[in-house]
Design a protein around this ligand. Sequence first.
Ligand SMILES: [Fe+2]
Length: 327
Amino acid sequence: MKKKILIVEDEKINALYLKKLLESLDFEVLQSVNNGRGAVEAALGGAPDLILMDIMLEGDMDGIDASIEIHKQSDVPIIFISAFSDESLVERAMDASPYGYIIKPFEKRNLATVLTLALHKYHLEKSLTESFLKLKSILNGALHAIAKAVEVRDPYTAGHQKRVGELSKAIAQTMGLSEDMVETIYVAGTIHDIGKISVPAEILSKPTRLSEAEYMLIKGHPLTGYEILREIELPSIVSEVVYQHHERIDGSGYPKNLHGGHIHLESKIVAVSDVVESMSSHRPYRPALGLEKAIEEIISNRNVIYDPEVVDACVSLLREREFSFAW
Ligand SMILES: [Fe+2]
């Protein structure tokens, strides 16, 4: 199938010449427009395979600004054509991530090479992105399967990790953390209790108070989780967060009695979410205490055992009803 090209060129004669050249190279010319705004509209409405964009255009939007605008909604490859190539123009052009830059006047052979390379590069990038997304979704599926494996042995906490993951993510977003951090916190929250796989199921679902020895076994789950996750190619911070999710900023947590400055922010977020979700739901040894009690708990221990900024973000999410658990 012929590749469809959009021409953006304000000189009518040049546009016509380009059209002829492209057709002789076996491309289909979708349309020719002569201004930036028209280019954005034609690019988003006409689904071209590639855009040849002149930089100097009629109207208030030049080719570079039009390309930046187009790339907000589409990844279509754009090649600039310009009679100018001074340093500052080329530098500005780079902001639009073009697939090529052709200086006018150009030869047919030159145009054909740049177009073929650009289309090939775009195709390669597309398949790389697809493989990356596929791998990511396989990894996510595997993580959810691991979380399920833990919860199958402990039906009272079914869905606990998923809900902790979701609340942790919402807190991280409210705190304005980077996309990468939000993702890490979500993943860590979703599998934070993975180490419980080593705790006997009878202990996990025991309806009465645990003996000291049983409690010691439960307290081993952050380390076990850390050791399991270290084996997987995840960002190392994920296993650290799992290791630290029962630490408290005054050093009263476990397993390492770390103080605030030594606890990752990501772990502090998962810790607060864990407490809030646990208190809101039923446990073998007690009925659900409710969301209000959970909010009271984190407020009264704000800056004592829980990070104050994390508490503030969590309380505002729950109080303003911007977040609620999916049961
Ligand atoms: Fe835990």
